[in-house]
Design a protein around this ligand. Structure first.
Ligand code: UGA
Length: 437
């Protein structure tokens, strides 16, 4: 059993805390947001993440939720920094929250600590965290040992609990062998299946995170460009994917062509790595192209729709950046809605989990529907933006009755071409022949 403090109770901190508590550790969740901590104390989880609420409830006795910075730092041996690192205007990561945690650690620590950077941070941040803590200790005229570790997270939203409990790999970046072993022991219960715990130097660990996310984003931008070509040459991107994926060197993961990739990670991390590469005169042309390709896609999707019809009213299915989350950060769907409003088109939206967050952006400018079918009433077309499973086998007959015109623009290739043709819909998907009735 270890005494762990997790700073930041967001999409990273909470699943991680739940995972550690579940294997018997004592976990303090620290956040400055009083309302969030009160909710957590009352069993209310501030984010939607499948399995999270249950895991926290089951391990309630191992949790302490608090806003008390001093106690949290003094009472725990290992401190995980899981706060946000939003993008600055130039694309670089804003480190103010990470460094403010480091400052508090230096201000209050009273014994040896292991400080773990879990937030995604630029290469060299562990050194900055170390300097910040040292500066505080110097001001206090005290000496305490501490080690700063880079331990990037690889959780996907929507399956973060699963990713914490059964990670593909754990990366521990440290220059201190005993610290590496302490963290290795902490993670061993999660890799009983033999998945690797990679202990490496701090800067390589920091770089692994950026390289991994940028590579995954590049795979999707690549397949999206292939889809553009398929549309022009009459090929089918799903067939192309199948043929490519049969080569083990390529694999079948992250090769689904889509409206665009989104979320709080890929865009932020691609921009941060691009910024880092430019600052050292080693600009990554590939990462730059990955971003450009992705940014062009929501407009391409809307332009495609406008090349078929100028609708009065459109229905959007899905505003979350992917299924199984209420997160709409950098969601392609949100960008599409903004473009539709610029064209003066009325918008109805449905999403099983993200309507509340969507309301915070659009207020009364669009209509929010609790039922996916109600959202279709009098619409000229449906734009499917997020592949929630509830959209997979729709009631075609009912859709036909509710809609004014029968157009579906599918940003996630959810439907079989023959099926939609038989149902009598105009169907335009990504990288496949359009169906016209
Ligand atoms: C991503 C990484 O997958 C995680 O490993 C990483 O830990 C996380 O970022 C992070 O840095 O915190 P996440 O952003 O939650 O996870 O979501 P993904 O499943 O990677 O999806 C990102 C976007 O790509 C979504 O909009 C999704 O719809 C899109 N996507 C994914 C595609 O368009 N095609 C695909 O084949 C796969």
């Amino acid at each position: 059993m270890k005494k762990i403090c997790i700073v930041g109770t967001g999409y990273v901190g909470l699943p991680l805390a739940a995972g550690f508590a579940n294997v018997g550790n004592e976990v303090t969740c620290l956040d400055l947001d009083e309302a969030k901590i009160t909710d957590l104390k009352n069993g209310k989880i501030p984010i939607y993440e499948p399995g999270l609420e249950d895991l926290i409830k089951r391990n309630q006795k191992n949790f302490n939720f608090t806003t008390d910075v001093q106690q949290s730092i003094q009472n725990n041996d290992i401190i995980f920094i899981c706060v946000g690192t939003p993008s600055c205007t130039d694309g670089s990561a804003d480190l103010q929250y990470v460094l403010s945690v480091a400052e508090s650690i230096g201000k209050y620590m009273n014994s040896c600590k292991i400080v773990v950077d879990k937030s995604t941070v630029p290469i060299g941040t562990a050194d900055l965290v170390e300097e910040t803590i040292k500066k505080q200790l110097l001001e206090r005229k005290v000496h305490h040992n501490f080690h700063v570790v880079s331990n990037p997270e690889f959780m996907r939203e929507g399956c973060a609990v699963e990713d914490v409990l059964h990670p593909d790999r754990v990366v521990i970046g440290t220059n201190d062998i005993p610290t590496g072993l302490t963290l290795k022991r902490l993670y061993e219960p999660f890799v009983l299946n033999g998945n690797p715990i990679i202990i490496t130097d701090v800067r390589s660990a920091e770089m692994i995170k950026y390289a991994s996310n940028c590579f995954l984003a590049t795979k999707i931008s690549f397949i999206n460009e292939m889809a553009n070509i398929c549309e022009k040459v009459g090929a089918n991107i799903l067939e192309v994917r199948k043929g490519m994926a049969a080569d083990h060197r390529i694999g079948d993961k992250f090769l689904y062509a889509s409206i665009a990739w989104g979320g709080s990670c890929f865009g932020k991390d691609c921009n941060a790595l691009l910024n880092i590469s430019r600052n050292i005169s080693e600009e990554s042309l590939i990462v730059n192209a990955t971003i450009q390709t992705n940014e062009s896609r929501p407009k391409r999707f809307v332009d495609t729709m406008l090349s078929y019809l100028l609708p009065d009213q459109v229905t959007i299915w899905g505003t979350a950046f992917k299924p199984e989350t209420d997160d709409i950060r950098d969601s392609a769907s949100i960008k599409v809605i903004k473009l539709l409003l610029e064209h003066g088109i009325k918008v109805n939206v449905h999403d099983p989990m993200a309507l509340e967050n969507t309301k915070k952006i659009f207020g009364d400018n669009i209509s929010y529907c609790e039922s996916q079918y109600e959202s279709l009433l009098k619409s000229d077309c449906l734009l499917l933006c997020t592949e929630w499973s509830v959209y997979r086998m729709p009631n075609w007959g009912l859709m036909k009755k509710l809609m004014f015109q029968h157009y579906i623009f599918d940003g996630r290739n959810q439907y079989d071409l023959k099926t939609v043709q038989e149902q009598g819909f105009n169907y335009i998907s990504i990288g496949r022949e359009p169906i016209k009735i």
